[in-house]
Design a protein. Structure first.
Lengths: 263, 581
């Protein structure tokens, strides 16, 4: 102790203690935080899954949607929205919301598939609602693409644009581009009507119709651009910008070149 | 004796043969040597002409396959995502051109791209003519013809855009019909007359087809011919330069120089259009789908030249009046009919308005530099700003999505900006022009700054200014200082009241506004004085020393302070340095 006692008043002690304390607290926090995912993988049985989902809900969602999912003035009730809505909102990163705004933007999803399943199970346990579509429901291999296109133009194009590139709504809201969406997400969006989108229930668009629409959207995304560079498929605006910035630049450069040669 | 080669002999024989029958030699010898001035901006009109030729050639190809019919068919072509869909024959045949006719898509894209280029080139050509004052006497009629060509260009483009009967075409036609209906009193009847009944009806595509391939191209061809004939007989304007006056044309003869240049430029334009059409999609009608009146796509936009109209419609507040049970749609009537009406009327009448305001009745074959007509240049920039802001309005939804903005904010921004920004641009442009005029005056007076800095023996630093070269001198001195019209008298010397006082006063005020800001060109005497300014300045300085030339004077340390032949004044010193360089 003599060693410590002798150096107790040394000028570096305060700094050393502070660094040490920070290292213990920070390191401990990091270590404990790292343990959590290991715990999360131990989901067993539906009861446990709902329990875990509730826990995740209380941590991540309840501040806006309320402790009983009853809704607050910051967020709607989740009673009856169903597992499909939870999966769509969380898997696309729209929920939890990073900041209030005109609309929840899609961003990186922070939850594991098991976590999302648990939260979906919890919300589904509150009241019946649209379930997550099965693999069979979203299998669009045999769907009628052309019919899907017609349905798309009737039901979707007025907001999402004919090429599915998205479009503007009022007051900063928007219909997002569909190019990144998975078949499951498209199906769930039609089923649950997220953000400003209306619901297209099975009574309006039966499963085959939804599959046809998915097939058409995926086709738009995957089809080669027949006419060459597609300019983002935004229509005449980007064509006009290309005309001004590329074509006219080239034509005027040619005119200047011919003009210069005469001097 | 020179011997003629067999080729020359054959050529001569052919020329004689043709001449004896059509009398062409006299015409050719008179015209082949015709001189054209050279400047890159004189070729903008050529771009319009050449792209119009491409439009016509590719258009003829398209007519071989396109079926202008609204009869309904079931698609059975090779584009799978539309197979089995009910559509009009027009859309069906446009799809066939795109997918099942060899080279069809390339030609369709060439047709569309060159149409966009045609109208854009006319617009840019018009800017050049406007800002250089080339529309002044005697070329007012050619300006009017140009405005007519631009208008027919817009109609040609819009009718072509509407023909394939895809979702965008139909949406555009729906809006066009709405605009016709907004005409007070006769709107509804006019719309029924045009569409032969309710929208979309069964007749409109075939009616539009005749207009698109026959009527409008015929009118454009006729106007282009007159336009070029007038350029030919009136001779082309030229920018000021050495040896260029209002009464001559300095340039190269048509044959061989201009023939080669123009021919070469045609192939460059053709090549660029073909290249772009081969590499870049335009109007992918298969993505939009067939037009159905119950469908519409987000982001439906017209081609660029109609964008200003669409923008005006989008920005307009939703005003309507119900008068004696009749609805007057100000929300459509003002943006879609009044605004373009004003734009095109002012555009067409501008040469006459300016001539009236300025009282300028001289012939102008020498172009203005834009800075030397500050009010005109500022007015043009103001109009262009207004027009471009309307473009932004037309693209408001695309801009909202691309830049994460609220479409409502964009609309409100534009409602304010359309009124506030153009006048600001007017002021800035006029000030900029005056600044440039001042710079020109400065150059005439003192020459240009050579960048060479001298230190004079007594410590002063001066930058050596050098006189302008012949070309620059000619360009700057060509400026003409106009005088505003004098203020009218209320009554003449005998006390008779001036009946036209009010009109003359207005004219006087406008002409003061037009010519009131000007930096006068220095007079010859001022220039003369200015050129010697630097030397005089130096000479006025105290002499370097007051010793006799013959003396050699040593300073206290044994250095030479003065010797015979040493420069006595700053002026001599400067000259000495100049000679060394």
């Amino acid at each position: 102790m003599k060693f410590l006692a002798a150096r107790r008043r040394s000028p570096i002690v305060a700094s050393a203690l502070l660094i040490g304390a920070l290292a213990v607290v920070g390191g401990g926090y990091a270590a404990l935080g790292a343990v959590q995912p290991a715990e999360a993988t131990i989901a067993v049985g539906a009861e446990t899954q709902v329990e875990k989902g509730k826990q995740l809900y209380l941590e991540g969602c309840s501040s806006c949607h309320g402790l009983e999912a009853q809704g607050t003035k910051n967020g709607p009730t989740l009673i009856g929205v169903g597992a499909a809505a939870v999966h769509f909102q969380v898997a696309t990163g729209r929920m939890p919301l990073a900041a209030p705004g005109a609309q929840a933007p899609a961003k990186e999803n922070i939850y594991s598939d098991a976590d999302i399943a648990a939260m979906s199970a919890y919300v589904a346990s509150l009241a019946p609602g649209p379930a997550i579509p099965t693999a069979e429901q979203i299998d669009y291999a045999d769907a009628d693409v052309a019919f899907g296109g017609e349905l798309f133009r009737i039901n979707c194009a007025q907001c999402h644009q004919a090429a599915g590139q998205g479009g503007a709504l009022t007051q900063g809201k928007y219909a997002p581009s569909l190019m990144e969406a998975t078949p499951q997400e498209i199906y769930e969006a039609m089923l649950t009507g997220p953000q400003n989108m209306p619901v297209f229930s099975d009574a309006q668009l039966p499963t085959e119709d939804k599959q046809a629409i998915i097939a058409y959207i995926r086709g738009l995304d995957n089809a080669p651009s027949m006419g060459g560079l597609n300019l983002g498929r935004f229509g005449p605006v980007t064509e006009g910008v290309f005309l001004a910035l590329a074509i006219f630049a080239a034509l005027i450069a040619a005119a200047v070149w011919i003009g210069i040669k005469s001097r | 004796m020179t011997t003629t080669s067999p080729i020359e002999k054959a050529g001569g024989a052919t020329a004689t043969y043709v001449d004896e029958r059509v009398g062409s030699n006299k015409f050719l010898s008179r015209n082949l040597g015709k001189v054209f001035p050279d400047h890159w901006s004189f070729m903008l009109g050529e771009i319009a002409l050449y792209s119009f030729i491409v439009v016509m050639l590719t258009g003829v190809f398209l007519t071989l396959w396109f079926k202008p019919s609204m009869a309904e068919v079931v698609y059975d072509g090779s584009y799978v995502p539309l197979k089995g869909i009910l559509m009009s024959e027009a859309y069906d045949s446009a799809l066939n051109i795109s997918f099942d006719v060899r080279g069809g898509l390339l030609l369709r894209q060439m047709h569309h791209w060159s149409a966009l280029i045609f109208i854009a080139a006319m617009a840019v050509h018009m800017f050049r003519v406007f800002f250089t004052g080339a529309f002044r006497k005697p070329r007012e009629f050619n300006w009017l013809i140009g405005v007519g060509l631009t208008t027919f260009g817009l109609l040609a483009g819009f009718s072509g855009y509407s023909l394939p009967d895809d979702l965008l075409s139909g949406t555009g036609l729906q809006i066009a019909r709405g605009i016709v209906q907004a005409v007070p009193v006769v709107g509804t009847w006019a719309a029924f007359l045009l569409f032969d009944g309710e929208f979309p009806g069964t007749e409109f595509i075939s009616r539009l087809y005749g207009v698109h391939i026959l009527l409008i191209p015929g009118l454009i061809l006729a106007l282009v011919t007159i336009h070029l004939m007038l350029v030919w007989t009136q001779k082309h304007t030229q920018f000021p330069g050495p040896g260029r006056t209002n009464d001559n044309v300095v340039g190269y003869p048509l044959l061989p120089v201009y023939m080669a240049k123009a021919g070469g430029f045609f192939f460059i334009v053709f090549g660029i259009i073909a290249l772009v059409a081969g590499l870049v999609t335009i109007n992918p009608i298969w993505i939009f789908g067939p037009y159905m009146p119950d469908q519409v796509s987000a982001g439906s936009q017209p081609d660029w030249y109609i964008g200003f109209l669409d923008g005006a419609l989008r920005v307009m507040p939703n005003w309507e009046t119900i008068l004696f049970g009749w609805t007057i749609s100000w929300n459509v009537f003002i943006p879609a009919l009044v605004v373009p009406g004003i734009i095109f009327t002012v555009l067409g009448l501008y040469p006459f308005i300016e001539a009236w305001v300025t009282g300028d009745k001289r012939e102008h074959n020498l172009l203005d530099r834009p800075r030397n007509a500050p009010t005109r240049t500022a007015f043009g920039m103001m109009a262009i700003t207004f027009y471009m802001l309307l473009w932004v309005g037309g693209a408001n939804d695309i801009i909202a999505v691309a830049f994460d903005l609220s479409i409502n904010s964009i609309i409100w921004f534009l409602r304010v900006a359309l009124i506030v920004v153009p006048p600001i641009v007017f002021v800035i442009t006029r000030r900029t022009c005056l600044g440039l005029q001042r710079k020109d005056r400065e150059k005439l007076l003192h020459g240009y700054e050579s960048g060479r800095v001298l230190r004079l023996p007594h410590g002063e630093f001066i930058e050596v200014h050098q006189p302008l070269n012949e070309k620059e001198l000619a360009v700057i001195t060509a400026k003409h200082d106009y005088v505003p019209l004098p203020a009218p008298d209320k009554a003449d010397a005998d006390g008779v009241r001036n009946k036209h006082y009010r009109v003359q006063m207005l004219r006087h005020r406008l002409s003061e506004f037009f010519y009131g800001v000007n930096v006068p060109k220095p007079t010859a005497a001022e220039i003369e004085a200015g050129q010697h300014h630097a030397e005089e300045q130096a000479a006025i300085e105290a002499p370097l020393h007051e010793y006799e030339d013959s003396d050699v004077i040593f300073n206290a340390h044994g250095g030479v302070l003065h010797h015979p032949g040493m420069a006595k004044t700053n002026a001599e010193q400067v000259e000495g340095v100049d000679q060394r360089h």
